[in-house]
Design a protein around this ligand. Structure first.
Ligand code: PLP
Length: 413
């Protein structure tokens, strides 16, 4: 083995960026066959038909209108109060839980997930999520000396596997005091699944039941990175977080990346929800402390931008209107793909909304490589193909499901 200088815990840390690799291959092929003949379904950002990043004009204008001496200054460690207030308001809208609430600004939803893992599990602990999950949940476990365990996302009917979820939570609670459960909904990455209101109801009831033992602490992290791309009415479940037992804390991870097209500005907010004033005071203190100890304060320009939008209902309405147009176009792209998949008999994970559709297969790598021969570039996951419908225009979606089905049949995956 070559020489290593890193500390013991850091040894062997390395990760291949699969998305970058696929995208790179797409660009290389574009030089040969022409960009217009390439379908690059690897990038997890909303792109226009020319492959450029779609941004919300009113967000761009609001940001551009801020004086540099304002945006260049430090933000408070916990975040600008006006930003936090707006983040809470836009997250819950009319479904604000009846509870104590506090927000801490973080660099995107990623920062919120980081702090939840760091401050609510112990070294060596395990935390839980669905078996289809966003890769960095595992990267963060390795980084923070924790473990990630999963349960089947779906039951046989393709609904959320509540039973498997609660069983895992219960089993873990028998060996660990704090149990952190991460649920990415609505518009889950990578499947596009959204828990129904009834599924949320049952999940919360199940967790309340487990919390009755008073010995454990349950922390439910709701990753809402794609909330704004779920249809209207998708926020109702937040009301279920009212009047929870004191040993059941909910943390919601708000992000400006997708909803406000501010991916690179690194802005988000972790919102704590508890019936107990002390639990929320502690939430505020420990996470503010972790901000100071990791990245200090967040990006002031992004916080100021949201604050300005929050102050001006007309501007915010414009942002929502602009985004809604894109959400509808995403819905159209999904419909095109799913209808064709259905016609040709291509199996897909249950999809409701969001940036990605997933085709389950044990031969993801082989199929993805084969599809590259046909100028179709898709990210292979361990157990499936993640199709970034957010990155491809409607006209290029036609024919994709057929090509994937053909490659899948040929390779027997
Ligand atoms: C499921 C999920 N959660 C959280 C994030 C966090 O994004 P950000 O840190 O940019 O807010 C992403 C981004 O891709 C995601 O896909």
């Amino acid at each position: 083995m070559s020489k290593s200088l890193v500390a013991k815990h850091a040894q062997g840390k390395s990760e291949q960026d699969e998305i970058f690799a696929v995208s790179h291959a797409a660009q290389a092929k574009a030089k040969i066959v022409g960009k217009e003949n390439i379908v690059n379904a690897s990038i997890g950002a909303f792109l226009d038909p020319q492959g450029n990043l779609i941004t919300l004009p009113t967000v761009a204008q609001t940001l551009a209108g801020l004086p540099f001496e304002d945006t260049a200054a430090y933000a408070p460690i916990a975040g600008l109060p006006g930003f936090i207030e707006t983040a809470i308001n836009v997250t819950f809208q009319e479904y604000k839980p009846d509870a104590y609430l506090a927000g801490i600004a973080t660099p995107g939803g990623t920062g919120a997930i980081h702090h939840a893992i760091w401050n609510y599990t112990n070294e060596g602990d395990t935390y839980l999520t669905t078996d289809w999950f966003w890769g960095p949940y595992r990267t963060m476990a390795r980084e923070m000396l924790r473990n990630l365990d999963t349960f089947p996302t779906f039951d046989e009917q393709g609904n959320f596997n509540l039973q498997a979820c609660l069983e895992k939570v219960k089993n873990l609670s028998q060996v660990q005091q704090n149990v952190l459960l991460i649920i990415n909904s609505p518009a889950h990455n990578p499947t596009g699944y959204s828990l129904t209101y009834e599924e949320w109801e049952q999940l919360v009831e199940g967790l309340k039941g487990l919390a009755e033992n008073q010995e454990n602490n349950f922390i439910l992290f709701v990753d809402i990175a794609y909330l704004d791309f779920a249809p209207p009415g998708s926020r109702k479940f937040f009301r279920l977080f009212s009047n929870l037992p004191a040993n059941l804390l909910v943390i919601v991870g708000f992000s400006m990346s997708k909803g406000y097209t501010m991916y690179g500005y690194r802005s988000g907010c972790m919102i704590g929800i508890s019936s107990d004033k002390d639990v929320i005071a502690e939430f505020y203190n420990v996470n503010q402390y972790s901000n100071r100890a990791t990245w200090s304060n967040g990006t002031r320009s992004a916080m100021r931008c949201l604050e300005e939008l929050g102050k001006n209902p007309e501007l915010m309405a414009r942002v929502n209107q602009e985004r809604e147009e894109y959400r509808l176009s995403l819905e159209q792209r999904a419909k095109t793909f799913l209808e064709e998949a259905n016609t040709v008999g291509l199996e897909v994970c249950p999809y409701h909304a969001g940036f990605f559709i997933t085709v389950p297969t044990v031969k993801a790598k082989e199929i993805a490589l084969k599809l590259q021969e046909e100028n179709l570039f898709i990210v292979p996951l361990k157990r499936g193909l993640r199709i970034a419908i957010c990155a491809i225009p409607a006209e290029k979606i036609k024919g994709m499901a057929t090509k994937i089905k053909k490659a899948k049949d040929e390779l027997g995956g």
